[in-house]
Design a protein around this ligand. Structure first.
Ligand code: PEP
Ligand code: MN
Length: 346
């Protein structure tokens, strides 16, 4: 149930509405827009049956939510959500680009990458410490040491750090080092993990499962939000189809559809979508033109030596060029791209 207040509603009136809902045993979530305040009701709506909500001072409308996802639904919030990532905000006017290696391979390569991508305008550093790999014989990340290196790279570059958490047992450890917890495509429906990351106070970057519908995707976000963590960023990274010319099929239409259905920020990962370096730029332009709030791009100092996903990683020059060429697309979509990160050392 969503309650929309009248223009000019007072704080006292909002408090009274909230108290009535909470007295009926439901929780509330307040979202303040420029003209209206939205009061989302969480819990058993039948308990509100005998509360005369429409007659309460300040109430303009009462709307049941018909969608299966409720906290993630566009109607639940007075406007698009802005998610804090360190000092940066995802979901605002500025296009936020997160860049870095697929895997953290060592200190030098990570710090080198953080410095280079920060200087080129990235606002976040990515890098996997715990890596989900199709083959158990592939490099699976440096684990705890990788997390320490990420924290060190944040210190040196000033960039907030995004890294994957694969298991409920790793949540506290990863949350102790990272600014944003990534839940990967292979874990999008790991409901125990979604529940666990919902309990910590770190934003979650949720990647779309390879065979998930957008409804599945939003319901996965709902799992996190239901635990009280409303800071979820959705990431379209391509889905499995019959097509074999690309690593995955980039579902471009997912971006405007998600932007219509949810208040959560939506970003794109052109690296895992295309699977090859040449596709990263065109998929990035398309995603931004379609309304993406940000991008997550794989960058490696020497892609030919990368321990994972080298074929789809940009080198520093490629990333700088991407950031320059992205600008007109971002501006056409009504967004700004940062020239460079002031705290990054060029
Ligand atoms: C990654 O970001 O390195 C990754 C493993 O992505 P995905 O979960 O989308 O495959
Ligand atoms: Mn990767």
């Amino acid at each position: 149930m969503i309650i929309v207040t009248r223009i000019g509603v007072t704080e006292d009136e909002v408090d009274q509405i909230r108290e009535r809902i909470e007295a009926a045993g439901l929780r509330t979530h307040i979202s303040r827009g420029e003209t209206h305040t939205i009061i989302g009701c969480i819990g058993d709506e039948e308990r509100l049956e005998h509360v005369p909500l429409l007659s309460l001072p300040g109430v303009e409308g009462v709307h049941p939510v018909m969608k299966p996802f409720k906290l993630a639904a566009r109607e639940f919030s007075a406007g698009p959500s802005r998610i804090p990532m360190g000092q940066v905000e995802m979901g605002g006017e500025t296009l936020v680009v997160i860049a870095g290696p697929c895997s953290v391979e060592g200190e030098d390569m990570l710090v080198e990458t953080a410095t280079a991508v920060g200087a080129a305008g990235a606002r976040g550093l990515r890098g996997g410490a715990y890596k989900p790999r199709t083959s158990p014989y592939s490099f699976r990340g440096l684990g705890a040491r990788g997390l320490e290196l990420l924290a060190r790279a944040r210190e040196l570059s000033g960039l907030p750090v995004v890294t994957e958490v694969m298991d409920t047992r790793q949540v506290d450890e990863v949350a102790g080092h990272a600014d944003v917890l990534q839940v990967g495509a292979r874990n999008m429906q790991n409901f125990a993990l979604l529940t666990e990351v919902g309990r910590v106070h770190r934003p979650v970057l949720l990647k779309r499962g390879m065979s998930s519908t957008l409804k599945d995707f939003l319901l996965a976000a709902e799992y996190v939000m239901k635990q009280g963590n409303m800071n979820v960023i959705l990431c379209e990274r391509g889905i499995r189809t019959f097509e074999t010319a690309t690593r995955n099929t980039f579902d471009l239409s997912a971006i405007p559809v998600l932007k219509r259905e949810t208040h959560l920020p939506v970003i794109a990962d052109p690296s895992h979508a295309g699977g090859v370096r040449e596709l990263v730029a065109p998929l990035s332009y398309a995603a931004v033109a379609a309304g993406a709030d940000g991008l997550m791009v794989e960058v490696h100092p020497r892609p030919s030596e990368a321990l994972s996903d080298g074929d789809q990683s940009l080198d520093f020059e490629g990333f700088r060029e991407l950031m320059t060429r992205l600008r007109p697309f971002a501006e056409a979509a009504g967004r700004r791209v940062e020239e460079s990160n002031p705290s990054a050392v060029a």
